[in-house]
Ligand binder design. Structure first.
Ligand code: ZN
Length: 224
């Protein structure tokens, strides 16, 4: 049986030993530890002293693997920001015609400062590794806090998208003057299907577009 050694207040990796909570016949004394991430965990004294346990668990956000993943994820958010900025402002990019070329802008606050965009992202549900997509609520609107949100998947966002000016009660069908427009969002592009005299025609046209293009697995058709 290993001799009991006082580990109180000692640091082992990201763990600080708090107090012994008893002992195991085979493994020796058990210590309650506090991880730098805030969680508590127990560990055998020999594990701690041999460096066999340095975090509360494998899912601790402070493990080197997690930290690396977080850095990577933040980097991806940064890439995302660069892409948004360039498609709205750089006429030499392929995507410009669908964004900047259509008058879609990135708000000044975001454009000039990535940290503002990141702060907004983090207070609107984005977390490292979360795999959320940024979605413009009004497809003709700008990249700005009031018109953007994060959604769990592109498919989901397109199916549930209803716009502020959508008075039809149907996804993808909007009042346009006295007429009705049918639209569908494909891979971040808004496709204008057509303008119709009645809401029914617009809904039907959108349904037809979905079936003609074999998009039933991604978009729901709607009944009137
Ligand atoms: Zn931890």
């Amino acid at each position: 049986m290993p001799k009991k050694i006082d580990l109180t207040e000692q640091r082992f990796g990201n763990l600080i030993a708090l107090h012994s909570t008893g002992k195991n016949k085979r493994e020796g004394s058990i210590w309650l530890c506090k991880c730098d991430c805030g969680k508590e965990t127990t560990a055998f004294a020999h594990q701690l002293r041999r460096g066999g346990k340095k975090h509360c668990s494998h899912s601790c956000p402070l493990t080197p693997q997690r930290q690396k993943a977080q850095r990577h994820s933040r980097h991806l958010l940064y890439q995302r920001w660069l892409t948004i900025k360039s498609r709205c402002t750089n006429q030499n990019t392929e995507a410009f015609k669908d964004y900047g070329g259509r008058g879609i802008q990135i708000c000044r606050e975001w454009r000039d400062d990535f940290s503002k965009f990141r702060d907004w992202a983090e207070s609107n549900g984005w977390k490292p590794g979360c795999n959320l997509q940024i979605d413009r609520i009004d497809n003709d609107g700008d990249y700005e806090p009031s018109n953007c949100r994060f959604t769990s998947s592109r498919e989901n966002s397109l199916n549930t998208r209803t716009q502020n000016n959508n008075t039809s009660g149907y996804v993808g069908v909007y009042k346009h003057g006295k007429k009705w427009q049918a639209r569908i969002g494909i891979k971040t592009r808004g496709i204008h299907i057509g303008t119709y005299l009645t809401k029914e025609e617009a809904v039907n046209a959108r349904n037809k577009y979905i079936t003609d293009n074999n998009l039933q697995h991604e978009y729901k058709t709607q009944t009137i």
